[in-house]
Design a protein around this ligand. Structure first.
Ligand code: G1P
Length: 288
């Protein structure tokens, strides 16, 4: 079955990015000139998916406004003759078919994905955390969707991580199938270097069979009272095979202040209108 839907959990507090996230959704943090979630949506569209369910919470209405029409702004731009900008603003509202689902309490990533069950309606679906920007061709989600089509089972994105990464990410116990594809035999959430099965970390992108919802429901909350998606995938493993794909491209962890700065500089360097000035600035700073 084709993957036609994506769930984007966007209900978290963004504690790694306080203080700005105290009064501003982290998904709306700006990288060069677009909010993080716009990059997420472009990645989803790159996989041919147009139905997007965004899981939000209180204080996140800016996300809905961003992907909606804005008649006042459009009238203003039209009156001022700024027709290119007008087109650009209208296009954002027409990018995809958006649904918004509320998560009433911050009960973990697994629980947030469970909120998407009615929207998904028994189909396979992609799930993406907007904290990450994946700069890949084809899009990272497209790479996962292709792997899903080939293997016919849940696929999670993998990347090589260092000892520090084992404290930040889920880690899998792999059985190698090809250079980039692994069968997942087991996995642990943020195990730390001593307990990590491997150096293959789970990096915030998934294509799930609908079986994940039952698995999430059967997953007990962790010590902090949250339902982790990693624990739910372990439950899923009892019934279905799960695969991991090492993605090709570049990933920026923008939920983290340093990753966000890296993304801002590197993605600005890729833009023709900023490239020369930014390179000149970097040279000047280096000579100081
Ligand atoms: C979540 C997942 C973790 C995964 C990470 C990727 O953690 O629980 O398994 O490795 O996303 O970004 P969080 O970053 O929400 O703490």
């Amino acid at each position: 079955m084709n993957v036609r839907k994506a769930v984007v959990p966007a209900a978290g507090f963004g504690t790694r990015f306080l203080p700005v996230t105290k009064a501003h959704p982290k998904e709306m943090l700006n990288v060069v000139d677009k909010p993080l979630i716009h990059y997420t949506v472009e990645e989803i569209l790159g996989a041919g998916i147009r139905k997007i369910g965004v899981v939000t919470s209180r204080g996140k209405s800016a996300l809905e406004d961003y992907f909606d029409r804005s008649p006042e702004l459009e009238a203003f731009l039209e009156a001022k003759g700024k027709l290119d900008l007008l087109e650009e603003m209208r296009a954002i509202a027409g990018l995809a078919e958006f649904s918004y689902i509320r998560q009433p309490e911050a009960l973990g990533l697994g629980h947030a994905i469970l909120m998407g069950e009615t929207f998904v309606a028994g189909e396979p679906f992609a799930a993406l955390t907007p904290d990450d920007i994946y700069d890949c061709r084809p899009s990272c989600t497209k790479q996962l969707v292709d792997c899903f089509a080939e293997r016919g089972g849940t696929v999670i994105v993998l990347g090589r991580i260092d000892a520090e990464g084992t404290k930040k990410y889920g880690v899998i116990k792999p059985k190698k199938i090809t250079d980039r594809v692994f069968q997942v035999l087991d996995l642990a959430e943020k195990p730390g270097p001593e307990r990590a099965f491997s150096d293959l970390g789970v990096l915030g992108r998934y294509v799930f069979t609908p079986g994940i919802f039952d698995a999430i429901r059967r997953t007990p909350p962790d010590a902090r009272g949250e339902i982790q998606i990693t624990d739910a995938i372990r439950v899923l493993l009892e019934r279905e095979p799960v695969y991991g794909l090492v993605f090709e491209g570049r990933r920026y962890d923008c939920g983290d202040k340093w990753g966000f700065l890296e993304a801002t500089v590197e993605l600005a360097l890729k833009r023709p209108e900023f490239k020369d000035d930014l390179n000149a600035l970097i040279d000047r700073l280096r000579r100081r």
